[in-house]
Write a protein that binds this ligand. Structure first.
Ligand SMILES: Nc1ncnc2c1ncn2[C@@H]1O[C@H](COP(=O)(O)OP(=O)(O)OP(=O)(O)O)[C@@H](O)[C@H]1O
Ligand SMILES: [Mg+2]
Length: 330
């Protein structure tokens, strides 16, 4: 049985380059070029794979860009399960301005999916044998796909007894939560949209997460707060993580790394606190990583574990969870 299947309805091939300075009209000569797989669920699958986990990525492929995406994932050893679409798979374009270190991210609209095409994805998921233990739906929905698409996936996952994990935003997130999901990983913006109000401080953010848990629609919320760290809330515990003390290069994709490492640990060990530590470590690590540098699985795991010991995960009394465990055992 595959532990984790990720679903990315709007994947991309990300083309990255650097230019000395961005100025209008002139030809801006890139000093490098690199193509990488992109999109929420694709990124989560890559992280799980790099850590040595068992994962498959489900996504649509269209045209030459779709073929390229599949080839890039094959090279990384990520198992793909694809369905064909008529329009071309999305491309994104990232430029780093060397003079300032500023990243510029151009996100293109991507393909429009027909009703038959997005329904193929539902059929594909429902027919997987043996069914994965966790289904992770992540990223934005492409044009043509209804807001309740993730809610429909959720229904299938739950009918098959799998854990449903969601990382998305806006109406797609709200519709799936209304269906009832196991774990969500909102960032502050996504949590604000979901709560329908603007919390003022850490306590209020936690209260908003707890209110959602008590509504019975979500079992676990991993609220990531960028440089402010993260909080993990279930019906009977609250774990807080200080951010790692780092000098970030770019936090783009930190949420996907957080989620990939958390799910990989949950799948292999099942311990929520330890998984949360790994998530925080991987998110921080991503933020300091030069773009597109890839470590072998063994070194990546070691690096994550090192960050893990630094990440101060505390419970609702403010104590480090692991020192609390030590107190109880003494
Ligand atoms: N500047 C930072 N310093 C320390 N840790 C960071 C920083 N940025 C991100 N992290 C770590 O990564 C986690 C996830 O980051 P963030 O909340 O920015 O996710 P996100 O907004 O979902 O990102 P994305 O959608 O780009 O993947 C944070 O909870 C934190 O642990
Ligand atoms: Mg995110």
């Amino acid at each position: 049985m595959t532990d984790i299947a990720t679903i990315t309805p709007n994947p991309a091939v990300d083309l990255s380059t650097s230019v000395e300075k961005i100025v209008p009209v002139c030809k801006l000569r890139g000093t490098s070029q690199q193509r990488d797989p992109g999109g929420g669920g694709i990124n989560v699958a890559r992280v799980v794979r790099r850590l040595g986990g068992d994962v498959r990525a489900i996504y649509p492929v269209g045209g030459a860009t779709g073929d390229l995406l599949r080839n890039l994932l094959d090279k990384e050893g990520v198992q793909s399960q694809t369905f064909s679409i008529a329009e071309e798979t999305r491309e994104d374009f990232f430029v780093t301005e060397v003079a300032t270190g500023q990243p510029f991210r151009f996100i293109l609209p991507g393909p429009r999916l027909s009703a038959e095409e997005w329904q193929q994805c539902l059929t594909l998921l429902s027919r997987i044998e043996p069914f994965p233990r966790s289904v992770v739906a992540s990223g934005s929905l492409p044009q043509g796909v209804p807001d309740d698409f993730y809610a429909r996936l959720t229904r299938i996952a739950r009918q098959r007894g799998a854990q449903m994990v969601l990382d998305t935003s806006g109406p797609a997130l709200a519709a799936a939560v209304a269906e009832g999901v196991d774990l969500i990983k909102p960032n502050l913006r996504e949590m604000r949209e979901l709560a329908g109000r603007e919390p003022n401080d850490a306590r209020e953010w936690e209260a908003a997460a707890k209110a959602l848990i008590h509504s019975g629609k979500v079992a676990t919320i991993a609220l990531t707060m960028g440089h402010l760290g993260a909080v993990l809330v279930t019906c009977d515990e609250v774990l807080r993580a200080e951010p790692l003390s780092i000098a970030p290069i770019s936090a783009v994709g930190a949420g996907d790394s957080f989620l990939g490492a958390l799910l990989w640990q949950l799948a292999s060990r099942g311990n929520l606190e330890q998984s949360f530590r790994y998530g925080v470590a991987a998110g921080g690590r991503r933020a300091v990583e030069p773009r597109h540098r890839s470590l072998p699985a063994r070194r990546r795991r070691a690096s994550c574990a090192a960050g893990c010991h630094q990440s101060g995960v505390t419970d609702s009394t403010g104590m480090d969870v692991f020192s609390r465990a030590a107190d109880e055992n003494s």
